[in-house]
Write a protein that binds this ligand. Sequence first.
Ligand code: GLN
Ligand code: ZN
Length: 762
Amino acid sequence: MTHKVKLSNLGYPRIGKNREWKQALEAFWSRSISEESFRAEMASIQLGHLRTQQEAGIELIPVNDFTFYDHMLDTAVMFGIIPDRYDYTGGAVDLDLYFAMARGNESATACEMTKWFNTNYHYIVPEIGEQQPQLTENKPLAAYRFAKSQAGIEGKPVIVGLYTFLKLSKGFPSSKLAEIADRFLPVYIQLLKELEEEGVEWVQVDEPAIVTGLTSGDIVLLKHLYQSIADAVPGLKIMLQTYFEAAEPLHELLQLPVAGLGLDFVHDGGGNLESISLLGWPKDKWLGAGIIDGRNIWRSDLDAKLQLIEKLTAFVGLDQLILQPSSSLLHVPVTVQGEDKLKGVVKQALAFANEKLAELSLIGAAIVNDQVESVATALQASRDALAAFRALPERGLQDVAEQVRGLKDLPDRRTVPFAERVHIQQQKWQLPLLPTTTIGSFPQTPEVRQARLKWRKGVWKQDRYDLFIREQIEAAIAFQEKLGLDVLVHGEFERTDMVEFFGEKLGGYLFTRNGWVQSYGSRCVKPPVIYADVAFIEPMTVKESVYAQSLTKLPVKGMLTGPVTILNWSFVRDDLSREEVANQIALALRQEVQVLENAGIEMIQVDEPAIREGLPLKTRDHQNYLDWAVKAFRISTNHVKDTTQIHTHMCYAEFNDMIDSISAMDADVISIETSRSHGELIASFEEQAYDKGIGLGVYDIHSPRIPTVEEMTSNINRALLALKPEQFWINPDCGLKTRGWEETEGALRNMVEAAAIAREKK
Ligand code: GLN
Ligand code: ZN
């Protein structure tokens, strides 16, 4: 007497097994293929994705999750939300305009892009102006028809919910949210009506903004929106989909007149199950139960998943249950097939999008009838794979565990507080007022990249490559001395990526061959994977730093990536807490800092550009995260001599709400990326005290334009209204690796001149 449980997917990776999607886009942008062949290639990729999901036995296959760039951009374009700076006179939006909004063109800058919740995916931020919303096309309908005609699939259109769409848009004060929502509602309903008329059964309406926290006003608005929708399209089954955190308050959400509510049971900290246990589940609603992790790459513990389902079915009938991943699979790579360089036990522990769908399908089969032999065999195979992986000795290193346990006995701070250190350090370093420096990397020219490629392929032996790097360092040191910078860097020529470089040298990391995920547009990243205990093996940066220092009397900063950034830009094992893994990395870096100091490198920069990226979605969880993140940074750095100067660097500008935490990192000097919102950031330092050394980037490295002395002087003067000259450093706002030498030289020469002018005035 068992029911077949429905299986659903929330979104499938767009990029294709071999990043065909990216290749098609870039070929079209460079005009090496026509629009016609571009569209044909995209259609064939899309069809492939539909068939894969069909073959995996997924019943509710998402359509309209596929896009030529980004789903938020699609939604804005579909509603005719085109900023005034583009040429647009109404009607359908062509590809030129669509991509201009994403990437800019000769006459108009691109729309802003920002992180999609707490993922590393970036969406295009819609700019709501005076435009009257209109339906320029019905993309979900087209996607539904495509799946039906091409593959016989009754697709489930996915659309961004109106609430989330507007929450993530800019251009209006939040007090206007309800009013603007009403402006959109008629076209939104028109879109749904057309789906209803077509005979669509399910629509997945993504409302992840719900999980960031709802005010009573938000709840009123949600009720109004979903009631209006229910009244207008009674024939559609709406799955109101949340993900990435617990949906609260559940009793309110359960009152929304929708057919189903989708909840994330992986990233909710247990909150969703807890709410259901308290409230029960209404007889008239489906539960979309997100049980397979859509954000991480590990094989699931299927026994644990079956137990979770058992708990849920105490409240929810099997005939009300839809099993699905916790979120769109956009955030994981496509398939583990082909990862043959990994050892078997490790490869078998991985599950990317396709393998996750297979897990879902196996769970579905197991619920119906776990007596079937093939199901039992598959479950046992999964159990064995997981057990073998768990038993790997490198996942339970005694000394790492001991060190992490010993953390509580390590000093929590540096021996001498900053107020005293600053004098001791000034005595040692004798730096001029307003010292000049850079953030670490110098241009990664094609020559540097080719050299690394030759070395990786074995065409160049280690000696040859080392020699090449030393020559680059020599040139960089000479370059900086010539320009008259005060604190130098070695240039990071030996690094492709600031996390990968350390990952390759630390224990506990593995690298996939094809584990790409979309970061934004056609840009994909292949995050390194922490699969075991992170451990220091041997010095990672000493060779280059010591060589650079041997070439000059000026100080050369040692250059490390911080523990929180390494964590946030990797796929992380899920059997330990993120805090624990951060501590493991911190302890390994602590050893690197020690060997650097022992080797005479006494100015050390530990970059934390991604510290903000790990902020939890719910404000109430922020402080806990910041506390352990900041502590991990301190563990890496607080054991140095009083005279050793610790620097750090951060990207992105919104720091108003974390100045206390930044201060608690206790770095002697911090440089912050700021040029694009200089005024705002400085204002936050006017309101809140910050006493340590600080370099607010005086120019934006993201543009090849050489900034003038006057511009930088004005930035410096503005900063000096908020900060004391004794604490201020002069530097660009980020690393220079994406720039060319010529513009770097011009910009830094002007920067040094602006510094000299500022010093004279003091
Ligand atoms: N030291 C690094 C560099 O200069 C910092 C990069 C970053 O901020 N993302 O490239
Ligand atoms: Zn930066």
